[in-house]
Design a protein around this ligand. Structure first.
Ligand SMILES: Cc1ncc(COP(=O)(O)O)c(C=O)c1O
Length: 354
């Protein structure tokens, strides 16, 4: 008998790229660093941490702040070490040991598949419409009828494509049976401005997943949260490891939520920059999809070569599903990206906007 699960032999560990001083436009972070006042306050808070003690175990303060921010009560919130950890907890409470699988619609966020595979849980996917990246509702219905699916993950809006859910897609989700957990991953909520949180009270099988890694600019601190009906939160709390957030992450998250209005003033800046970047891409005749996020999915001929040459010139973007996913960066980063694309593609000069 083998010591290790045989299916692990087919899996690879997730290697995050090591970055030097390149422009990092490949991970959908916000390019503007946290403000100095925030860093100062966090430095002070870090100094108050009692390093020899375990951190607060129930996260009541943070859950309360997240509940106020999201317009729910604290019993409808649980927190994770990044939303990645919560993806795992959600699969654990719905599928593990039950012979049930995970369903998603690709291209999408890779962690739904990766986490399912690492837990030895079956993963099913339906392809999105290649023109609009809308969901193939007939294909989803077919998989749900034929396979034993416990959980459906949809990034809303989707990554890498930037597309929001349509009204028809939301209606489809409303018609799904209540023994299927439906996760709407709103990692980019602050950019898209739309959420299904108001509907959660009527939908016992819906879960909203969010993160502080994007608009809140706390990617380094790894804090994600779930908003759901209290019975689901209770189940997720049962599989949560004790002290899954460090005291420093907790301090950063509490500070960010306390000052959310000031911190989120970065969102309109990013959205304005996105429009500038889109107009630059259009001047280079680069095909791109409409986006409601802080990133843009583009199609270029010979995407792997362009990806490689961009990296050599110092602009890191994500090569995925045959295209390039470009995170909106700061104005100089975006200008450098457009300049690099221009020289790689050999196109005429870009007009800079007034
Ligand atoms: C759709 C989506 N969900 C979740 C995450 C991960 O967030 P976290 O940093 O909280 O693990 C990402 C990160 O890129 C994402 O694109």
């Amino acid at each position: 008998m083998a010591l290790l699960r045989p299916d692990l032999a087919k899996l690879h560990s997730y290697i995050a790229p090591v970055v030097g001083d390149e422009d990092k436009l490949d991970a959908n972070e916000v390019g503007y660093p946290l403000p100095a006042w925030f860093q100062d306050k966090l430095g002070f808070a870090a100094g108050q941490v009692q390093g020899h003690r375990y951190p607060s175990g129930d996260f009541q303060v943070l859950r309360g702040l997240l509940a106020d921010y999201s317009g729910v009560t604290a019993d409808g919130i649980t927190v994770g070490n990044g939303s990645d950890e919560l993806i795992r907890s959600l699969i654990m409470v719905s599928c593990l040991g039950q012979g049930r699988g995970v369903l998603s619609a690709e291209p999408t966020f890779s962690m739904y598949r990766i986490v399912a595979e690492t837990l030895g849980v079956p993963y099913f996917m339906t392809p999105r419409n290649p023109e609009s990246f809308s969901l193939d509702l007939a294909a989803l219905t077919r998989v749900l009828a034929q396979e034993n699916v416990g959980i459906l993950f949809l990034a809303a809006p989707n990554s890498p494509t930037g597309t929001p859910l349509t009204a028809a897609e939301l209606d489809f989700l409303r018609g799904l049976p209540e023994d299927l957990l439906v996760v709407l991953d709103e990692a980019y909520y602050e950019f898209s401005g739309s959420t299904v949180v108001a509907e959660l009270a009527q939908r016992p099988n819906w879960v909203v997943l969010r993160t502080l890694s994007k608009a809140f600019r706390l990617a380094a601190y790894r804090v994600g949260y779930v908003i759901a009906q209290p019975y689901l939160v209770t189940a997720l709390e049962k599989v949560r490891l004790p002290y899954n957030l460090t005291a420093l992450s907790l301090a950063a998250a509490e500070l960010a939520l306390t000052h959310h209005q000031e911190l989120l003033t970065v969102v309109p800046l990013v959205l304005a920059e996105r429009e500038q970047l889109i107009s630059g891409l259009e001047q280079l005749d680069i095909h791109h999809w409409p986006t409601v996020t802080n990133f843009i999915f583009c199609q270029v001929p010979e995407a792997p070569r362009i990806h490689r040459e961009l990296a050599q010139r110092g602009s890191l973007v994500r090569l995925t599903h045959g295209g390039l996913r470009v995170t909106v960066g700061t104005p100089p980063e975006n200008q450098r990206l457009l300049g690099n694309l221009q020289s790689i593609l050999g196109t005429s000069t870009i007009q800079s906007s007034p």
